[in-house]
Design a protein around this ligand. Sequence first.
Ligand code: HEM
Length: 268
Amino acid sequence: MESYIIESKKKKSRLPARLDFAQSATGLFLGLFMWAHMFLVGSILLGKGTFHFIAKTMEFAFLSDSGQGYPIAVFFAVAGVFTMFIIHALLGVRKFPITWKQHRIMRDQMQMMDHQDTNLWYIQVITGFIMFFAGSIHLYIMLTHPGDIGPYLSADRIVSGNMWPLYLILLVCVELHGTIGLYRLCMKWGWFSGKDAVKSRENLKKLKNRLTIFFLSLGFLALVVFIVIGINHKDSVGERYQKDGAMGAVIEETHQGQETQAIEETKE
Ligand code: HEM
């Protein structure tokens, strides 16, 4: 069928090149988004107040008089990312070995060549396939609960909502897939190739490995912190974090400190 199409077309189609470009562009967007996303989620390492402040800022809480924010803003952001995710996945499916025969041929050739970048491509196929399911579940939950992001609500979802195994799988897949994808983009389009292409490839590969380790560690630590918060919050599932932003938390803590001091002074 493929050879029939190629031979029968008089004018060569530009469609495959355009689809390749669209796949690279959506991949670049998602890869950079994931780095930003991991820093935002990782803010839990700085404390519940910081994560709450960031979640509220994402809802443009600073624009509302009540300080409640607009979860619809998060809804539109998730809808945009979800659309990119679906387009990227659809474009990726074109390259999947879909029959057992295709898969067998590919594996045999991989063993024969023993080429590291081809092996990286195979990791992308596997992690991409898993992310189809794991990523869609996470994005659907975020789409339908845009106002339920916060130190307690997120931790409750992870522990009491049993999301932690899915996040663990998704974390490993997304970090491998994302950094390999960005590395392959640099190779494909010749970015940062410099004067010595072999040396730049080595350097990019080192950078890729370091970024994978960094984002995996950040995500793993954040997950552990969420799990600890979620276990301690098991008796109050669904209760929201009350303090109004990081500054609010600081002010509230200062007030509490002053109150305690005043009580102690009265006792004396
Ligand atoms: C705009 C879209 C997105 C939003 C608003 C969002 C939001 C969040 C939030 C709030 C958490 C903390 C846990 C929770 O509240 O359930 C989280 C965790 C996570 N998200 Fe997303 N997410 C988005 C897109 C994605 C995408 C596209 C992926 C990858 C396919 C992804 C992968 C993950 C992973 C792996 C974790 C666990 C991180 C950790 O180890 O702590 N997210 N996300």
